[in-house]
Design a protein around this ligand. Structure first.
Ligand code: SF4
Length: 223
């Protein structure tokens, strides 16, 4: 199956979805967004990693910043912080406008330190899978660069990670088609959630944010 371009979802949404399905739906379906310190700092850090598309060559490595990627089979599009092309005329693939063949590695920048959850890995794996589809190549690994430890970590992109990426996007498309926002499921993650003031996990057990807000507006209008 192939998705139409107008149905593409934001690739980066997979981090929200993996953190909390409701958070993803509030942002991507209900268009609710609150900035807390974490998201502001994270966005500034990202801005440094890619500010528009550019590329440079260092010896046998081409470094592309802010490269747009998409996948017709998963129905997503996004931007890669960094994609490195390492020259390897034996095992690599041809790149338009460049001499020789290259191995392709996405590098995703994160402000903090490595986390226990898999959100960062899934996002980078999704980028790799888009690049594979676009460039008709195989990408067995990618990298996560963490600002706090100033180091990159190599991640092997095995079949289990790829299955999780495909399943997540399929579920996101199903929710998006139905405009469905999952109900609150209060977890430890709620404390660090940038949307806790919108989601109101302690108050809203059964209502969507939209239902809650229109309920409040209705009450205020009656006064
Ligand atoms: S406050 Fe909790 S339930 Fe609500 S969106 Fe955030 S993580 Fe999800």
């Amino acid at each position: 199956m192939e998705y139409k371009e107008e149905d593409y979802l934001m690739l980066s949404g997979i981090q929200h979805f993996s953190f909390c399905r409701r958070q993803w739906a509030l942002i991507h379906i209900e268009q609710q967004w609150d900035d807390n310190v974490r998201t502001v700092e994270g966005n500034l850090f990202h801005k440094k990693a890619h500010d528009g598309y550019s590329s440079e060559k260092r010896k046998d490595v081409i470094i592309s910043r802010g490269m747009p990627v998409f996948s017709r089979s998963m129905g997503v599009s996004g931007i890669c912080d960094i994609v490195e092309f390492h020259r390897d005329d034996k095992n690599g693939v041809s790149i338009h406008g460049r001499e020789g063949k290259y191995l392709v590695y996405p590098v995703e920048y994160k402000k903090g330190q490595p986390k226990e959850n898999e959100a960062d890995i899934l996002q980078m794996a999704a980028q790799a899978m888009c690049l594979e589809e676009m460039l008709e190549c195989g990408i067995p690994k990618g990298y996560l660069f963490y600002g706090e430890i100033r180091r990159r970590i190599a991640v092997t992109l095995d079949e289990e990670i790829r299955r999780q990426v495909r399943d997540a996007f399929e579920e996101m498309h199903q929710y998006f088609r139905r405009r469905y926002t999952p109900k609150v499921r209060r977890t430890k993650a709620c404390n660090a959630c940038s949307l806790k003031n919108t989601c109101l996990p302690q108050l809203m057990k059964h209502l969507s944010a939209r239902e809650y807000i229109s309920g409040r507006l209705g009450e205020e209008g009656e006064q």
